[in-house]
Design a binder for this molecule. Sequence first.
Ligand code: SAH
Length: 209
Amino acid sequence: MQKSTLIKHFQEKQIIIDQRVLNAFKKVKREDFVLKRYKKQAYEDIPLPIGFGATISQPTTVMIMTQALEINSGNKILEIGTGSGYQAAILSILVGNKGRIITTEFIPELAEFSKQNLKDYKNVNVVLTDGSKGYKEQAPFDKILFTVAVPKIENFILEQLKDPGVYLAPVGDKDSQELIKITKKNLLIKKESLGYFQFVPLKGKYGFR
Ligand code: SAH
């Protein structure tokens, strides 16, 4: 499949209606974030293995999450689960050079892999750490997203979010999760479901046992 075919798919199915999100998708080469042997499949709408039990997420999933974040240029965003770095690259385009992406990864080899893939994305910092705790060192954030399944929504993570701010995480068990969006605005918290997804499970202190 071609990149243009996927873009058509997003538009025809009305999955992605935000033109800025579509433009970011056009700019980032997914083939630069997959393992060599999967390059030909880079624009299939499927997750692909990147080693260590992790995957680069399905393009549709990345786009749905990106659109849901309602990103403005200049935003400071925390991602938990860098993996290949592909989601971080898309976010990087949307926040622009006045914005910043802090993305945390638990597995040293994947942190290294993503750093290589992201070397041209100057507003992205990959941090090797247990992201299940969030990242207090750089808090608060305009947006926080988990690109890894979490067992529950932790209050101490919501405390690392600005007001206004958006939090996004797939919440559930190891096999299936509901993508939850939490919007903080004027001290009020709004919670909504964006449907069911399958992510790899969160490790670390507040991850799955
Ligand atoms: N966003 C990624 C997909 C990541 S898959 C991409 O665009 O490619 C989920 C990732 O979360 C894996 O790389 C896994 O190692 C990582 N992960 C699991 N537990 C974590 C934790 N506690 N802190 C940080 N990263 C974690």
